[in-house]
Design a protein around this ligand. Structure first.
Ligand code: ADP
Ligand code: GLC
Length: 499
């Protein structure tokens, strides 16, 4: 089976969040289930630089005809890497993609032409699949940036080509719907008849994710709990009605993690490697992390870590408040994050108030992220909502106990500690339910208490979580099954309508 995997980010070429990790690992895992994916992604500046640094050019393919983005004809150029597994096709358009960030200008605001940039991306993928390689049986689109794929398939290409191919839209975060002023519909090349309340219109604005949800043959999110949550007013961000209306095609498939990149036994970023049977390397990682972050180096202290986009979603405000409540304990906090300036200021203030206990680092730093996951005793994710979350699973793998708010994928992957659950092999961290600083503080205090007073149980928990299975196997199989169903249903329906 061949699938076009259309993603705005993919490691190691581009990344602003977990989608990039998923887009790298899932297509690879799908091979094991008979699915051959081709990844389609924009050739951003950092991707281009990486190709140049590695001396890779790929095969450049240019189509003779342009696509129209509004009233501008845009040429179509691709860089194809067919020898890679999976195959990667970059969409090359320097004006759109050779910029310092994937989505945001230096002012931190969305680029003004984001509709044009991603309408072009989706159109370029469709044109490739029409004129260069038409053997794809299914399209798998991700987030608002490729949510026009299902719309184009049904509203443009089915008519033009006489052939309808199925599509799956994965919603990684409903908080980013791709909402734009109505007049920008012109850039998509779609007729105004799609701009209705059961189409791309959302309270007078253009909502790209909504279009994808309406026209995709199936929609999934990245955890079963989040699939339920987004059908409620609290978590649906205004799209709950549309999702509930389409609930028969909505499901939740939990992300996995990539064990080739996140494995404490082989991780090249760590000062010392370790395994669940011999964890002395973890102690060394803790020491060196404390030293590197400028904190007193003591093994008896409870070291808590955070690695996060600094966005309201991640509940860092709760942590800022909660830390004051637990600062009397022998606890240290290290934070690596990038994003919102106000949240950064809050963290800087915290580090100033507690210089012996709190150390923060701003920016995006992959090796440091690995060292934090390995070196900490526990890892906090107080998210207000979390579609899946990957770092709690990375923490498991590294024997670092996650402390999470029970929401979305965090609820599906972390079972709150009790002595009984530990003995039954069920406990996998600490969790709290309400997004309140007092509850987060209480969860951290409970974890710290176990660490200070019952080190045997703590170590047992830490060793146990290292053995949990978060590999992609089960989830890739679920995706492959869904792909197959969609292909079969489309064949039956189009067969019936032609017969
Ligand atoms: P989200 O996609 O909502 O940001 P995830 O937990 O799914 O959350 O994925 C976040 C990914 O980004 C993880 O791989 C995490 O390690 C990484 N990450 C987040 N912030 C940073 C940072 N400042 N430096 C390095 N890696 C980061
Ligand atoms: C989003 C979500 C995160 C999820 C990631 C990958 O960015 O915020 O929870 O893990 O996508 O699916």
């Amino acid at each position: 089976m061949r699938a076009a995997f259309v993603t705005p980010e993919v490691m190691p070429f581009s990344k602003t969040g977990g989608l990039a990790d998923v887009a790298q690992a899932l297509p690879l895992a799908l091979y094991g289930f008979g699915v051959e994916c081709t990844i389609f992604t924009p050739l951003y500046r950092q991707a281009k630089k990486r190709l140049v640094d590695n001396g890779q050019a790929g095969e450049r393919i240019r189509l003779d005809h342009p696509v129209w983005i509004g009233d501008e004809a845009q040429s179509l150029t691709y860089r194809v890497f067919s020898h890679l597994k999976p195959q990667v096709v970059f969409i090359e358009h320097d004006w759109y993609y050779d910029r310092s960030h994937c989505y945001l200008g230096v002012d931190g605001q969305d680029y003004a032409d984001n509709v044009a940039r991603y309408a072009y991306f989706s159109r370029a993928v469709m044109e490739y699949c029409r004129y260069v390689d038409d053997a794809f049986e299914l399209f798998h689109a991700h987030d608002w940036q490729s949510a026009l794929i299902p719309v184009y398939l049904k509203k443009l290409y089915a008519e033009q080509t006489g052939c309808l191919k199925p599509s799956l839209l994965t919603v990684h975060n409903i908080g980013y719907p791709g909402l734009f002023p109505a007049e920008q519909l012109y850039a998509t090349g779609l007729d105004w008849d799609v701009f209705t309340h059961d189409g791309l219109e959302y309270y007078g604005q253009l909502n790209l994710l909504k279009g994808g949800i309406v026209w995709a043959d199936a929609v999934n999110t990245v955890s079963p709990t989040y699939a339920l949550e987004i059908q409620t007013a609290e978590q649906g961000m205004g799209l709950e009605g549309v999702l509930a209306h389409h609930s028969d095609k909505l499901s939740g498939i939990l992300n996995g993690i990539d064990y080739s990149h996140w494995n404490p036994e082989t991780d090249p970023h760590l000062p010392a490697n370790y395994a669940s049977r011999n964890r002395s390397g973890k102690k060394a990682c803790k020491k060196i992390l404390q030293y590197e972050m400028g904190l007193p180096v003591r093994s008896s202290v409870f070291l808590l870590g955070v690695i996060s986009r600094l966005d309201r979603q991640k509940g860092i405000d709760l942590l800022l408040d909660a830390f004051g409540r637990i600062a009397g304990l022998d606890v240290q906090l290290v934070v690596l994050g990038s994003g919102d300036r106000k949240i950064q200021n809050g963290l800087t203030d915290l580090a100033t108030r507690f210089p012996e206990q709190v150390s923060v680092e701003f920016g995006y730093d992959e090796p440091l992220a690995h060292r934090i996951i390995a070196g900490c005793d526990a890892f906090a994710m107080p998210s207000l909502y979390e579609p899946c979350g990957l770092t709690q699973m990375y923490s498991h793998r590294y024997g670092t106990v996650p402390i999470v708010r029970a929401t979305g994928g965090l609820k599906d992957t972390v079972v709150d500690y009790t002595a009984r659950r530990l003995n039954h092999g069920q406990a996998s961290g600490f969790s709290f339910s309400e997004a309140q600083p007092a509850q987060l503080a209480e969860a951290i205090a409970r974890a710290a208490r176990l660490f200070f007073t019952d080190r045997r149980s703590w170590n047992k928990l830490s060793r146990w979580i290292m053995r949990l299975d978060h590999s992609w196997n089960a989830s890739a199989e679920a995706y492959a099954r869904l792909y197959q169903q969609l292909i079969e249903t489309t064949q039956t329906t189009s067969g019936a309508s032609h017969g």
